[in-house]
Design a protein around this ligand. Sequence first.
Ligand SMILES: Cc1ncc(COP(=O)(O)O)c(C=O)c1O
Length: 372
Amino acid sequence: MSPKSVSVAPPALNPHLMKLQPYPPGKPIEEVKREFGLDEVIKLASNENPLGPSPRAMKAMAAVAAEMHLYPDGAAFYLRDALAKKLSVSPNELILGNGSDEIALLLMLAYAGPTREVITSQYSFIRYLMEAELAGAPVTLVPMRDMRHDLKAIAAAVNKRTAMICLDVPCNPTGSTLTKRELTRFLDAVPQDVIILLDQAYFEYAAALDPDFPDGTTLRARRPNLVVTRTFSKAYGLAGLRLGYAIARPEIVTDVNRIRPPFNANRMVQAAGIAALGDAAFLRRATESNRRGMAQMVKGLDKLGIRHWPSVANFILTDVGRDCREVFTELLKLGVVTRPMAGYGLATHLRISIGTRAENAKCLAAMKTVLQ
Ligand SMILES: Cc1ncc(COP(=O)(O)O)c(C=O)c1O
């Protein structure tokens, strides 16, 4: 009997997952080229590093290619050791993930749930919502003020059922930051048993743009439930590889290790991560290029009279004053991929990643054509 002739109802999805939609990634360059018959397309949609990957990381990956028949070291001893030295923490305070995104998910699965709620901001990184749903945890979304986290309102939303607060600093998609003073006060106001996920995916860029940028790792003393996450996807240029890490107290590391897939940082990732950490020259080049690119975009947007918000990341949120999906499509036809923010409820906003000097110029010229 062929499988086609059997009529079987599809498996029943877990009811709490019914509302979940797949994450909408930025449109791939190849797809845009095909769709619009373009030879040259620039992607400023996913906050990737326009300079490419760290050269040292590329060399290290090539060097370990011949070892790929072997499983990785599940404890990632050497990478955790290198990170621990760089961050002045103990290796047993580190969690590695298949991107920092996976770590947020593992934390939710470990600590959130139907009676353990999550609080985040209205326009925070959208994955937190999906991850909380995977954990079956209710989420309180706190409105922002001027596209910044409203820390007072977040602290006031904490109740007996709150298990976790997710705070991305810089925030994606707004690019906004918090001062050290604001963050310290907030951390002092939140009960110690609430886990605070301080997501610093754009840390390296922010530290180069803002001398007062709060380094989460220095705020952990006396705040045992502060978990700081970072990634190699942005300033290190390794988004396609998938490597992120968290700095957390050892008890949290042990809990997450109970549910962490054992080889979530694979052999190539571990080699690349160690090499990228040692590539100070590339990191400097990347953060400097972003600093110049951000100034170029701010100046260009001002000249075009397009509203935008102060950003310390490698992207900028703009209000194009029209349906952002229409503007997005018009820009696509000119070979520029941006990210429409309608899915966040920001119907007239585009998020634009900072590219190379030439890419930023092309983007500004396309915006001029479409919007003026
Ligand atoms: C605020 C924020 N956190 C986390 C991530 C996830 O990064 P990763 O590539 O490490 O999973 C992103 C990616 O865009 C982000 O913007």
